[in-house]
Design a protein around this ligand. Structure first.
Ligand SMILES: [Zn+2]
Length: 470
């Protein structure tokens, strides 16, 4: 029988929880003995998975916002994760780490310019941490359309992972990857994960109690069922937080699964870049646009009511408000910077180097300025760049994922929006939210009396108070 290969991909990510006014995560409700959720999940998942060496056994991606947090609060664990990846890279010549757009934006809902900035920032962040360029990119919520795949290919990305129902052909054989043809003679390779096994590991705790049992009762039957006479790759893709946080101690299950249980049966463990190193991809597939792995109504979950959250009428006004705000901020950004720098949008793309600490702000401004900027002009440009940072961060998909408006993730998004608004008003004297704030009054919580405009204006007031104190 032709060889079966097995791969687990873990998508590790936390919503940005930092208060934009302080840069720190405030104490969060419900995180138990930990001060916030990221810290709690670190202790339950990221650290134990690093300790048992899982980052050299699986395919993974870690969102940049989580990497930034870990570098600041737990640098030793981040070092261990990077070391594990580099052992794989040295051994195989290819990486088991994929990149992710810098913020967790639903890419089909983002403008083309935002999409490109997020891909560029993500790639820069990855290259700084791992010391080589990424070949694969994990899309937030695996949300996809042709424009997004085109943008990935244009940035040199070779492959991504999608859910099988994101292929046009519902009968598609998921045990091999496919070429997806794009414009300009470009293409991208898509691996479709095994929905049955991924669902069992994610949602059936008994599937992940014992790795040997999983191999015998779940994996081997799938391997035989799917066998079509060619070498096959069976891929499980889940949230990384499953292993230890959603289900306690599953880092041990994962570790033994990938380092003993699977190999005993003659199945080899693999990861996408290694498959591409050793195999030619011959089949082609087409994708269903505007689909994702976690909303069964395409991408509606992040912009409107859908069957996953049928009463969440706040989602559309929040999305519409942020789109209007982003347009107003961008217009002011362009008008005010076009006489100062060569290309305001190239400047925004390059701002990641300052965020990563690889370039100083002075050097960045000097290399983009049309003529030498005086100190007032420098601080003016800097303020508008800081506003762009939160104007991008405010689109993090977490804001729309849950059922109610009155939740940390949605309120954080309104905080980022208020911070961006306050900075732009401070620099230009014009409030970019002025024309769209009414839309936000239509967004209301069902569990409290909170409405979007009240929350947003409260954060804007806080921004002004903090400014006056300075
Ligand atoms: Zn849905």
């Amino acid at each position: 029988m032709p060889t079966t290969h097995f791969c687990v991909h873990g998508h590790f990510y936390q919503p940005p929880r930092e208060d934009p006014f302080t840069g720190e995560i405030p104490n969060e409700y419900g995180a138990g003995s930990y001060s916030n959720w990221t810290e709690r999940i670190f202790n339950e998942c990221y650290q134990p998975n690093a300790q048992v060496g899982n980052f050299q056994k699986i395919s993974f991606n870690i969102g940049a916002t989580l990497l930034v947090w870990m570098e600041k609060h737990h640098p030793e664990t981040l070092k261990s994760i990077i070391k594990q990846e580099s052992l794989v890279f040295q051994r195989t010549g290819v990486s088991n780490a994929m990149v992710q757009p810098y913020f967790h934006l639903i890419m089909p809902l983002a403008s083309e310019r935002d999409r490109n900035t997020m891909i560029r920032w993500g790639i820069k962040d990855y290259e700084k941490r791992f010391g080589h360029e990424p070949k694969g990119l994990w899309l937030p919520e695996t949300a996809v359309d042709k424009g997004t795949l085109q943008a990935l290919a244009d940035h040199g990305i070779q492959f991504t992972i999608l859910a099988p129902w994101q292929a046009k052909n519902p009968q598609l054989d998921t045990t091999q990857p496919y070429r997806v043809q794009l414009d300009n003679n470009k293409e991208i390779i898509v691996f479709f994960y095994n929905a049955f096994l991924s669902g069992e590991i994610s949602f059936n705790p008994s599937a992940s109690e014992n790795a040997d049992t999983f191999v015998h009762d779940w994996l081997l039957p799938q391997s035989e069922l799917l066998q079509r006479g060619h070498e096959q790759l069976i891929m499980v893709a889940t949230d990384g937080e499953l292993y230890g946080h959603h289900q306690l101690y599953r880092e041990k299950f994962l570790s033994y699964l990938m380092d003993g249980a699977v190999e005993k049966t003659g199945i080899e463990h693999y990861f996408p870049a290694l498959w591409l190193r050793d195999h030619t991809v011959t089949q082609t597939a087409e994708i269903m646009e505007n689909t994702s792995w976690s909303c069964h109504h395409g991408i509606e979950r992040w912009r409107n009511v859908c069957g996953d959250a049928p009463s969440a009428t706040w989602k559309k006004p929040v999305r519409d408000f942020l789109n209007g705000l982003a347009d107003a901020i961008d217009t002011l950004y362009e008008i005010h910077l076009r006489d100062l720098v060569h290309d305001p949008w190239k400047l925004r793309d390059a701002y990641i180097d300052v965020l990563l600490g690889t370039t100083s702000l002075d050097d960045l401004l000097a290399s983009h300025a049309i003529t030498t900027l005086d100190s007032t002009q420098q601080s003016f440009v800097t303020t508008l760049l800081e506003a762009q940072f939160d104007r991008l961060r405010m689109f993090s998909s977490d804001a729309w994922f849950f059922y109610d408006l009155d939740r940390i993730e949605t309120l954080n998004t309104l905080k980022y929006a208020a911070h961006a608004t306050g900075l732009v008003e401070l620099a230009t004297g014009i409030n970019p939210a002025y024309g769209s704030i009414d839309i936000l009054a239509r967004a209301h919580s069902e569990v409290s009396s909170l409405t979007g405009d009240v929350a947003f204006l409260g954060y804007l007031k806080k921004f002004e108070m903090l400014r006056q104190k300075k």
